[in-house]
Design a protein around this ligand. Sequence first.
Ligand code: MG
Length: 360
Amino acid sequence: MRPLNIAVLGATGSIGRQTLDVIDRNPARFKLFGLSEGVRSTNRKAEYLVHGHAGEPEFDAQVEAMVTDPRCDLVVVAIPGARALKPTMSALHAGKEVALATKEVLVMAGALVMKAAGERGIRPIDSEHSAIWQCLWGEERKNVRGLIITASGGPFWAHPELDLDQVTVEQALNHPKWSMGPKVTIDSATLMNKGLELIEAHHLFGIPLDAISVCIHPQSVIHSLVEFIDGSLKAQLGRPDMRLPIAVALAYPDRLPNAVPPTSPRELSGLEFHDLDESRFPSVQLARQAAARSGGHPAVLNAANEEAVNAFLGGDVPFSGIVRVVERALSAFPGGGGTLEEILEADRWARAYIRENSVV
Ligand code: MG
């Protein structure tokens, strides 16, 4: 069998670099077909090496050509934010397998994306969704009662004495378990990351929103769980190392030998689980409500959150103001949004609303 031709969108980010690592270490299985990156930083041979940014016509055209090229088998989507949406849809419409790290794609347009993916579905790279996906292999959907997404809790969950109006940017960026970019680290501190992941799971696996819950698990060893109608729980466990979910997504339905070092059960002791205090961290409930209203609401949630996180990082709103800003944008949103263009319009609306109304 010839190696799988893989295109990597966002090759210089953390997921992109680790994806290149998995490809490099398995040359008999995988071949780098092409990549996109903001600036030229990798010195590689591939059919497509695309440099620049989404929105630049030449860049967009080359990415489109790469992900729809008949020789391309699988597209790894790891560019952050709403910019990932269009190339994902192009790849799916061209019949490609898609391994998705960018949760915004499913948060904003989950129904459209899953429809375009059809029977083959989407291969998740987000660690929680990879865990759920693996737990669901060989299971029938009618036997699933619900999903439990685990959360490390971020830096503030274990400190109820901290006033969330007063915490600093530095404190919020100090994530206890995972080393990630500033946006997702702040989303972990507000728990909005789990709100976005709840919407993502709803679309990926077709499970109702109210059958998906979030559980605090500070050790980040269990990456998520599936609950079955007979009372069984299945979980996927391992070290917090993104190369594993990347390897699972690329090799599916096979498994790669030694994708990460083996884990001894002794390393997994002392696991704790706690309920999420939704009054202190209202973002999960806010996300569930936005997804239930559907249309452009999840896109507004996502865009308003992105703007609010930037405002917090810039010192313009307190930490606790992030979720308040999102809440205000959601209640002001006039509604609508079923097509891709309307969803992108909802995204623009939310950003403009926040700027023009001095919400931050
Ligand atoms: Mg995650």
